[in-house]
Design a binder for this molecule. Structure first.
Ligand SMILES: Nc1ncnc2c1ncn2[C@@H]1O[C@H](COP(=O)(O)OP(=O)(O)OP(=O)(O)O)[C@@H](O)[C@H]1O
Ligand SMILES: [Mg+2]
Length: 253
């Protein structure tokens, strides 16, 4: 389960108000797409969900529990670029998260545990279509392959919440389409709540079960930093029944 609740969340940097009094409940297994103009606070919204930033006031709860104040493996993130470690092979990148969780001091497992993790990492790479690229370095992958890697890496710790910050923004239309298919499949296989920021409205409506827009609701020309963004629109993108049927069909094959 992962029901996320923003309870009167405001974020300011100095005297710049970025997000203002956000109240929002994201259902378990929802695929929420977030759109809005540049600078509206979309990445800030995700960073707070990841605990990379704390709200200035208000709180964020997952399943009624305030989120931990540092990033936890229950939440994974994929950025538009540079989500992975360039000096590690593809396989090592995917092993790293669980390895640090299991061996927090050394970051290394040995023996049977290591073999087991390596097998799981290889299976995850196979799943996202990178099975044959395990020994390459991220720079040797295409943009789409790098995003596949970042997704595989994020999924290895079984997050309840997957956060995507314009993950397909730098990809060509054909590759994007393939990534859309993959992310929808993974969403139904892994029972996660997904929150995805995108600049592309058609992508938002194609993938999201719900689409929200964030933007400033008031503007003071003499003090542009005075008002933050609020949720200006909130659409149910796919009716719940259609979604449930779609998932059942996917699961059936
Ligand atoms: N660490 C920080 N310190 C100060 N100001 C910040 C910080 N992070 C973000 N901001 C400010 O917060 C505002 C929102 O930034 P944010 O990155 O969340 O926007 P965004 O909606 O993701 O934009 P884009 O679509 O361009 O990625 C911007 O005005 C930015 O300058
Ligand atoms: Mg951003």
């Amino acid at each position: 389960m992962a029901v996320i609740r923003f309870d009167h969340v405001t974020k300011t940097y100095g005297d710049t108000v970025v997000l203002e009094n956000i109240n929002l409940t994201i259902d378990d297994n929802e695929f929420l797409a977030v759109v809005g103009p540049s600078g509206a606070g979309k990445t800030t919204f995700l960073r707070m969900l990841l605990s990379q930033e704390a709200p200035t006031s208000g709180q964020i709860l997952i399943d009624d529990v305030p989120i931990a104040d540092e990033p936890m493996p229950d939440r994974g993130i994929v950025f538009q670029r540079y989500s992975v470690f360039p000096h590690r092979t593809v396989l090592r990148n995917v092993m790293m998260g669980p390895e640090w969780l299991a061996a927090p001091v050394t970051g290394r497992l040995f023996g049977a545990k290591r073999t087991e993790l390596r097998d799981r990492a290889q299976a995850m790479l196979d799943r996202v279509g990178l099975g044959g690229h395990a020994q390459l370095y991220p720079a040797q992958l295409s943009g789409g392959q790098q995003q596949r890697l970042a997704i595989a890496q994020a999924l290895m710790t079984h997050p309840k919440v997957l956060l995507l910050d314009e993950p397909f923004g730098a990809l060509d239309p054909g590759t994007r389409k393939e990534m859309h298919k993959l992310v929808l499949e993974l969403w139904s296989e892994h029972q996660m709540t997904i929150v995805m920021v995108t600049h592309d409205l058609s992508e938002a409506f194609h993938l999201g079960t719900r689409v929200i827009a964030v933007d400033k609701h008031r503007h003071d020309p003499h003090a542009p930093h005075r008002y933050g963004s609020v949720i200006t629109s909130d659409f149910e993108a796919k009716p719940r029944l259609a979604r449930a049927l779609q998932r059942a069909e996917r699961a059936a094959g």
